[in-house]
Every structure is written in C-alpha cells, then in structure tokens.
Unconditional design. Sequence first.
Length: 462
Amino acid sequence: MNHWSIKRKVWITIAAVIFIVVAATTSLIYFLYNELYVDKQIDTLTMQGEKLTMVYAEQGVNDVFLERVDWANQSMEADVLFTDDPMLLASGDPLDPNSEYNLITFEERQLLLNGDTVIIQRSHPRFNQEIVGVVIPLFEEANLAGAVFLYQPLSTIHEPFQEVQWLLLFVILALVVLILFLGSKMIRDVVNPLISMNDIATKMEQGDFKQTINLSNRYDEMGQLAESFNRLAHSLNEVEQNRNEFLANVSHELRTPLSYMKGYAEGVEEGIISKEKGLGIIQKEANRLDRLVNDLLDLAQLEGDQYEIRSEPIALAELVDEVIDQFNLIAYKKDIKLLRHLNDECIVYGDADRLEQVIRNLLDNALTYTPGGKQVEVRLEQKGEDVTLLIRDEGIGIPTKEIDAVKQRFYRVKKARERKDGGTGLGLSIVSQIIAKHGGTFSLESTENVGTTASIHLKGIL
C-alpha cells in the first residue's frame, strides 16, 4: 500500500484550505448581494410604493397623487409607473400601447387581484435587461382600481456593489498568498527537516551514524528536536565505535593467550620446550582466558538493565577485613605493608558478593602496581549517611589525563601494560558498574610516582 508523503499531505491541505476560503468568500459575496443588498433595494421599493399607496388612499387619482408619483420617479434611482387600469399590466405596456411585451405575467396579475404585492427579479424583455421591482395593487371599495409599478435595473444595483466585490476579491487573493506563504514556510521549516531526519535515520539503519542536521539558527521546537536527533546520532556513533573497539580488544585479548597456548603446545610436541615449562605456560594462559571470560560475563550482566543487585544489610568493615586477610600473604611476599583503619559501625545495604568483588579488584590493583618497601592503606569511615571506603597505595600512579580512561574496558596505563601483570583491563569497568548499581559513586585520584587513591561512596544505615 502506497502512503502519501507528509509534503504531499501538506500541499493537499493547503489546496483544501484555499478551496474552502474561496468557496466561503464566494458564498459570502452571494449572500451579501442577494440576501442583503438586493433585498434591501426591494424593501426600499416596497416602502416607497406603500407610501404612494397611502397617498392614493387619501387623495385618489388627483394632482397631488400624480405629483407625488412624479416626485418619487425623479428622486429615486428606480422608475415608477402608475396605471388605473391594472388589466393593461398583463396585456401590454400602459405607457406604450403598441408594445407587444407585458410588464407582468398573468399569474402575477392574479396575485394583484388577491391584494398581494408582486416582487419581480428577472430579465425583462420590455427593458432588455434584468430588473428588480415591485408591483403594489391599489384598491377602491375592495376592487382593484390600479397599480403602482416601481422597478430598477439590476445593473444600477451592481455598480455600488462592485467596490465591495473587488475588495473581497483582494481579500481572497491576499488570503491565498498568505496561505501559500505559510504552507511554503511550513514545508521549509518543518517538513524538510523531518524528511532530512528520515533520510539520516535510514542511513543509521545501514550503520552510518556520522550524519547530522544543521539547524543551528533554530531555537524553536524543531531546532530542539534536531539537536536531540544530533545528540542521538552522536551517542549511537560513540556506541558503534565502542562496540568496534570492544570487539577488537576482545579479539586481541583472546588471540594472544591462544597464540601462547598454541605455540607452547607445538613446542612441547616437537621437543623444543620441556613439558613442564610448556604445560606451566599453557596453564597460566588458560587461567588468564578463564578470568577474561568471567570478567566479560560479569560486565555484560552488570551493563544489562535487567540485572538486579541484591539488597541486604552488610557489615562492611567485616567484609573488608576478610578480603584484606586473603591478601596478607601476597603483601608479605612483595614486602608491602598492608594497613587497615576500619569503622566497625559501617552498615550498608547491598550485594555482599559484588561488593567483595569490588574490594578484591581495587586491592589487587593497589598491590600489583605498588613496589616493595611501600605501603597500601585501606580506610573505612562514615559521616552521617555517607560511608566512604578508601584504598590508597604508593604505587606508580596514573597520569592525570588518563584517570577517567582507566575505567574504560581493556584500558591499561602504558606503564602497566605488560602481560606479566595478568590483568584483563576490565576490573575498573566492573567496579564502576557494581558501585553504580548500588547507587554509589566511584572515583580515582592519582599522582605519577606518588600513588593512587580509589574512593567509594555508599549510602549507609544510621
């Protein structure tokens, strides 16, 4: 089924509006002319005729009456005829006995006999033009004694009405021009941007998110819509870039350990590498792959809208203390002093397993990038409802311009990109997602060669 475009609908609507305006204005002209102006002239003729009828009733046919008829004939734009033999009205012209045309029809003469005023509005052969007139009967002792015929050519009525017609035609033309102007403006300001948005949306479906709509000078709703559309396009473009980067990173992260495993397996098989060394490397890379897959699964779950965090009261100091105990051996082997300052009264609502994962990731990073002879401090404190967990190390630090970037997936600070560190590059992304799911905030402060402080803020229970 073919659907009309919005541009076609707008033009059809404009054409319909123009047609309605023209039809309404034409009807108005016809109404003003026929119902008001012509009827007004008929009323005027009737009123003058009735005045002559009153003079006839008082004076009869005498000089006073005839002078009044002559005065009316001269003072009015209409012509006034009087006959004291109404039979002649339907059998000829009382002023011209040789005329073959009757002033009124037989049916109209019958109306006169009944005492009715006859109104005429038609083309009259006697005058060779259209006329409007009234014929008023004159009675003596209930008998039709004569008639007064007042008539006026319609052309004389048209003349004063021409100015009104031209004015109305000018109004119609002005309205048509205005409607066309507004329609063109609507097409330009509304329809064309919508068409552009539709074209860009079609390109977006094909994977092109770089197109934008240029309505920088528009501050109305359409300009706001275009700005929102451009922001959406920009966001989708970023999502697409992140997706491509993510796939590239995942491919790289998976390919490297697989290459190691394949190479060492072939080396063991060919006897180039000892079995113990080869299997050890293969086991190490297999563990790395396992961690990477688990981290990817965690991140996919946490970034999904359907994933729900359990909410239960947690003694956070106890949870932090347990995790620190598990890292004591690692800290001892690296000659790192592990300090703890924990407020035992800190209680929060949350998922204990996920919060333990957060503490593990941050503590593991702190110990990994802190050289021997230094210290790592874990501090837990509460002020009002704000519970703050700080993990401060004296490690290599993070360049200021890279602090926000390290929370991105697979990002590693250049100094720490060696694979012997064993990280997957997903730890801080997972931390950010878990804390966000708990309604908290996660931030980093760092100075190169001085150390890094990871801060977590959660809402506590008073």
